[in-house]
Design a protein around this ligand. Structure first.
Ligand code: HEM
Length: 224
């Protein structure tokens, strides 16, 4: 008897839906990070406010935990759909091409799997660095501004380099991911494709520049 299996379209919808949720988080997080340019008091106040979103309806930090739960489920769903879809694609072509065609889509499209793995490793390090403070030279959870300034100090240029490489990898991943999500959700005409491509590039660039601006502002002494 044939096993009943989830359709590939449903899996692509899962990838697109979870991906959009993660991109929305990335935009909100970037906007919050940019508050660092307003000053230490404003930035630390914002970080404390994050713990009070939803109060008094929700108890202190509940919103943050709901968000953490939703992000974890989204990441797991995204990886699950990616793995199943990749396996199906391989099973549909059990014999490898004798001559791999030279052009196999954009650089971003070809690096989705490794891009995803790098992003995952980055997020694990990032949480140990700026959420728990374990990997941070200051690691004071009450003062995230001080943690960031210590993190990207010129002497720790390798941390800035690691962040920069991870953020660029995220940019490539998003460029292809946003474009694919738009296609899954219905964009199919050549004009729609052009608009989708432009939108994916613009959104990814805004995120990359916004995220990179913080470590580079610390590195160059603009934020201290
Ligand atoms: C240079 C860029 C970045 C800076 C300066 C930064 C800064 C921070 C800070 C200060 C926190 C702790 C917030 C708090 O607990 O009050 C944090 C948490 C976090 N960041 Fe970033 N971040 C950056 C890039 C990213 C990127 C690219 C991602 C995702 C790919 C990301 C994902 C997260 C996550 C998941 C958390 C944990 C939120 C939580 O505690 O629930 N961050 N970040």
């Amino acid at each position: 008897m044939r096993q009943k299996r989830t359709s590939s379209v449903a899996l692509k919808m899962l990838m697109a839906g979870t991906g959009i949720l993660l991109v929305l988080f990335l935009f909100a997080h970037m906007a919050g990070n940019l508050k660092i340019f307003v000053g230490a008091t404003a930035f630390d106040h914002y970080a404390h406010w994050l713990r009070d979103i939803g109060t008094p309806l929700l108890p202190h930090t509940w919103y943050l935990w709901i968000q953490r739960g939703a992000l974890t489920v989204a990441v797991l769903g995204h990886i699950f759909a990616a793995v199943v879809l990749a396996r199906r694609a391989r099973a549909a072509r059990p014999v490898r091409y004798a001559h791999r065609p030279k052009v196999q889509g954009s650089y971003a499209a070809r690096t989705m799997r490794w891009g995803g793995v790098i992003i995952l490793l980055f997020v694990v390090f990032h949480i140990l660095d700026l959420t728990t403070g374990t990997a941070n030279p200051v690691g004071d959870r009450q003062h995230p501004y001080a943690n960031i300034v210590a993190d990207f100090a010129p002497a720790r240029w390798y941390v800035t380099l690691f962040y920069a490489l991870a953020i660029i990898a995220i940019g490539f991943h998003l460029r292809h991911g946003i474009f694919s999500a738009l296609r899954t959700l219905g964009q199919q005409s050549p004009r729609g494709e052009r608009i989708g491509r432009a939108a994916a590039l613009t959104l990814s660039l805004v995120l990359v520049v916004g995220y990179l601006s913080v470590p580079f502002a610390v590195l160059t002494g603009l934020v201290k």
